[in-house]
Design a binder for this molecule. Sequence first.
Ligand SMILES: Cc1cc2nc3c(=O)[nH]c(=O)nc-3n(C[C@H](O)[C@H](O)[C@H](O)COP(=O)(O)O)c2cc1C
Length: 300
Amino acid sequence: MSKRLFRRNFIKKSIALLSGIFVAGTGTKNLQAQNQRSKKSSKYDEPANDTIRTIKSLRTTHGNFTDQDIPDSKLQIILDSTVRAANSSNMQTYSIVVVKDRDKMKKLGGYKASVMIVYCVDYNRLKSSAKSLGHSYYPDTMTDFVTGSINTGLAVQTAAIAARSLGLDYLITNGIHRGNMGRLWEILDLPKEHCFPLIALYLGYPTQEPANKKGRLKNTGIIYHEKYHTLTKAELDEITSLYDDKNHHIALNQDWVPKGHKHYLDWLFTAWARRPKPADSETQIFKILKRSGFIELQKS
Ligand SMILES: Cc1cc2nc3c(=O)[nH]c(=O)nc-3n(C[C@H](O)[C@H](O)[C@H](O)COP(=O)(O)O)c2cc1C
């Protein structure tokens, strides 16, 4: 190689190297700036659009609904929205019973509102379709029940978001599991097999706005990046103090200190978690799941 050619190649390579370093340097700076921006935006920015605003406005009305009815047009939009939720194999393994009789809803779930919607994990529509076409279909495993519960849970939350976007308030409750659950089958005429009322949604207008919106834990112990880890003592202390910070409104009440507890979580794990519960409530659910065919294999 001639001296001149060697010098030209050397200059070319040096320029390429320097510009690479320059670009990489700028990239790092960009990344840092991006991180700064995303930290700032999650902390300070207003929600970006109506959907996010609606999601951020979600809050429960704990049963204090007025007597005002909701228009059927809004109810229809909510029903159309609830079935839009993602569901496994698009099999929609649920049924949804809309109840407008207020006495009936009180008996079913313990609350009254304009409308109550009972969401059931339910495979009977599919079983009937299979039978009418000459197939046997038996969704008799816990997997079927778990998958059905996921589908049903997503549907109810989607309905709550739709309701809130229409200016309505809601209560999602498992009040239907309190007391003798046999009443649900009696009042709603539910099928005995492969149908389990999972959750209920009450819709309406509240008698009063809640004093504050409940906060949430958002980072430590909730969100992990790339890999899970066991929480350290410092992280657990941080969580304890987040519950104790009354500005966050994560706690269900504010009076754990007068009740003799140092931290909110002391109250939660003693008074609340150990409150008397009907002895047979879990047994009841277990028995119903067995009768429904979701627990014991009944393949035909
Ligand atoms: C499975 C489930 C059951 C619930 N049951 C009741 C209930 O019986 N009564 C009630 O007032 N709220 C009930 N809630 C609402 C929660 O108390 C409420 O979502 C939680 O305290 C957070 O408050 P927020 O929804 O206002 O943010 C239930 C929520 C879920 C998901």
